[in-house]
Design a protein around this ligand. Sequence first.
Ligand code: COA
Length: 171
Amino acid sequence: MAKKKKSSSHNLPAVVHPAVASDRSPVIMTELVLPSHTNALNTIFGGVVMGWIDIAGAIAAQRYCRNPVVTVSIDHLHFIVPIKIGYTVRITARVTYAGRTSMETEVLVDAENAITGEVRRATKAYLTYVAIDAQGRPKQVPSFSVSGAAEKKAFAEAEVRRKRRLAWLGE
Ligand SMILES: CC(C)(COP(=O)(O)OP(=O)(O)OC[C@H]1O[C@@H](n2cnc3c(N)ncnc32)[C@H](O)[C@@H]1OP(=O)(O)O)[C@@H](O)C(=O)NCCC(=O)NCCS
C-alpha cells in the first residue's frame, strides 16, 4: 500500500519568488516614526533616516549583485521637510549604475501623514556600494544594461555623478 504523504501544517508554497541572478527591482521599506526615533521637538533624528537609507540602498545593491556589499560613499544629504512622530516613512532604493565592482543606488525618502494622507518628499540621496569577496577585496558585479532613451539618459547622469565623486576623492 502506498504510504500516505505526511501533510504539512500549512499550505504555503516552498518558494514564493524564484531565484533571479541579478535583480534591479526597487527596495521599498516602510517605517513608523516612534518616540525612540525622535528628538525633543518630536521630529526624527537625521541619523535614524541615514541608517534607513543605508540599509535600503545596501539591500538594493546586494539584490543586484547577489553578493555582500559595503558602503563607500554617501553623496550630499539634505533634509527638506521635518518628519514628525507618528508619520509613516517610505524609503525606496534602486540601483542606477554599476561600474566594475561598485554600484550607485538612488534612495528616495517620502514622509506620509497617515491621518491626512499627505505625502512629501523628505530626502533624496545617492549611495555607492562595493561588492566584496571573503577577504574584503572588491569583487566584479554584473554589467548594467540600459535600453531606451530614458534609461540611457539616467545612466549618463549617473556616470557624471560618479566622475564628480571620484574627482572629489582625488582619483
Ligand atoms: C570597499 C573597499 C574594499 C574598496 O577598496 P579600494 O582599495 O578603494 O578598491 P578600489 O580602488 O579598487 O575601488 C573599488 C571600487 O570602488 C569605487 N570607490 C572606492 N572608493 C570610493 C568612494 N569613496 N566613493 C565612490 N566610489 C568609490 C572605485 O571607483 C571602484 O569602482 P569600480 O570597480 O566600479 O570602478 C575599501 O574602500 C573598504 O573596505 N572601505 C570601507 C568600507 C566600509 O567599511 N564601509 C562602512 C561599513 S559597510
